[in-house]
Design a protein around this ligand. Structure first.
Ligand SMILES: Nc1nc2c(ncn2[C@@H]2O[C@H](COP(=O)(O)OP(=O)(O)OP(=O)(O)O)[C@@H](O)[C@H]2O)c(=O)[nH]1
Length: 360
């Protein structure tokens, strides 16, 4: 089976979306379309009141930059740039709202919108750094030392409540975000476990028949495009019924696993090894001609013959019969499998513990 590169949970999480979950770029665009008219509204108010002369132009600039950030995203679809641009802009905007005492200082209430947004759209680490840094800056500005930098029009009781409530909100947002991420990660793991179970055989861990057929179909399509032949091997443990009857099903299962292990050891990474039925296996050998297929089959047959499992303290071995077939012309997968099966039947008829190549 082909292995995918190891991924970090964050990469996995960003690629996996639970049904109904709002994608980050969509949320950013929604927030931007809400923020732009709000900013323009407050800019209009600032222009007609005694607010600082910088307030209105700066609020308009923030609105324009936020809109530009979303428009650039809609043009080039660069998610990281979009997210980082938005985080940078809203962080600057909220800092401005605090130190510029917009709307007589009451605009500071908008700070409560920052933690949920930042935790939702960025990685937990970024959320923690942004919130902790923001809260530390607020504590400093509201302290007597901060009064030397600027004089906010807030009473002491308001400052204390603001810092405590904001801190409480940040911690709550962090906890909720962590549980959201954990549930998502758990779902992601469950999904990959289900996917593995749907494609693999529980006893041997090999690909199951359905997955084997799927890989066969993929290889067949490649063959039609490139005309590079591939081969299949069908194999079956010899006189397995007798082993079951004599030593019991548990010993039979151990032998089935031993053959599976041997096949995995003897085959290349690009080959697909599948459990085809009870004690039958299929091996798909990409880009392999009839001669190499038969050589591989002989090697596998010898390796199985040399192996054994321990049953009641005694070694128990088995042999297998193998039929190989190589795709030719425009024959179908069914026909190819039929020829491999006939070759397997030929190996059984010739006395078992044999590998036979199919005739065309
Ligand atoms: N222990 C065990 N036995 C299984 C499993 N699946 C199928 N079998 C048994 O495998 C046996 C297959 O036997 P047959 O197909 O008659 O063939 P055979 O005895 O191997 O004889 P030849 O194929 O002619 O060499 C049956 O008795 C099944 O019950 C399994 O998962 N575990």
């Amino acid at each position: 089976m082909k292995q995918t590169a190891a991924k970090t949970p964050d990469t996995e999480l960003s690629q996996f979306r639970v049904k109904g979950e709002i994608p980050v770029p969509v949320l950013i665009n929604w927030l931007t379309s809400a923020a732009v008219p709000i900013l323009l509204f407050f800019a209009g108010r600032a222009a007609s009141t005694a607010d600082s002369p910088f307030t209105a132009p700066l609020l308009v600039t923030f609105a324009a930059l936020l809109a530009l950030n979303s428009l650039v995203y809609l043009g080039i679809r660069h998610q990281t740039l979009h997210r980082r641009g938005f985080i940078g802009l809203i962080t600057a905007l909220f800092t401005f709202l605090v130190i510029q005492t917009v709307e007589d200082g009451s605009a500071i209430i908008w700070l409560f919108a920052y933690p949920p947004v930042i935790f939702y759209i960025s990685q937990a680490r970024v959320g923690i750094i942004a919130c902790a840094g923001g809260l530390a800056a607020l504590v400093f500005l509201f302290s007597p030392a901060g009064d030397l930098v600027f004089e906010p029009p807030y009473s002491t009781s308001f400052r204390i409540s603001m810092v405590i409530v904001l801190g409480f909100e940040m911690v709550t947002c962090y906890i909720l975000d962590q549980s959201r991420r954990r549930s998502k990660l758990r779902l992601l793991r469950l999904a990959s476990e289900f996917e593995f179970a749907a494609k693999h055989d529980a006893l041997t861990g090999l690909a199951n028949r359905r997955e084997g057929l799927e890989q066969l179909e993929t290889e067949y399509q490649r063959y039609l495009r490139t005309q590079r032949p591939f081969s299949v091997m069908l194999m079956d443990i010899d006189l397995f019924k007798g082993i079951n009857d004599h030593y019991g099903h548990h010993a039979g299962d151990e032998l089935i696993r031993m053959v599976a292990r041997t096949l995995r050891d003897q085959c290349r990474k690009v080959d697909t090894v599948a459990r085809w039925g009870g004690e039958e296996y299929l091996v798909l050998l990409p880009e392999t001609g009839p001669r190499e297929a038969l050589q591989t089959a002989q090697r596998i047959r010898a390796a199985v013959e040399a192996g054994s499992v321990e049953v009641d303290g005694h070694p128990l071995g088995a042999t297998i019969s193998i039929g190989t077939a190589t795709i030719t012309g425009s024959e179908s997968i069914d026909r190819l499998l039929q020829r491999a099966d006939e070759a397997l039947y030929g190996a059984k008829s010739a006395g078992r513990n044999q590998a036979c190549a199919a005739t065309t």
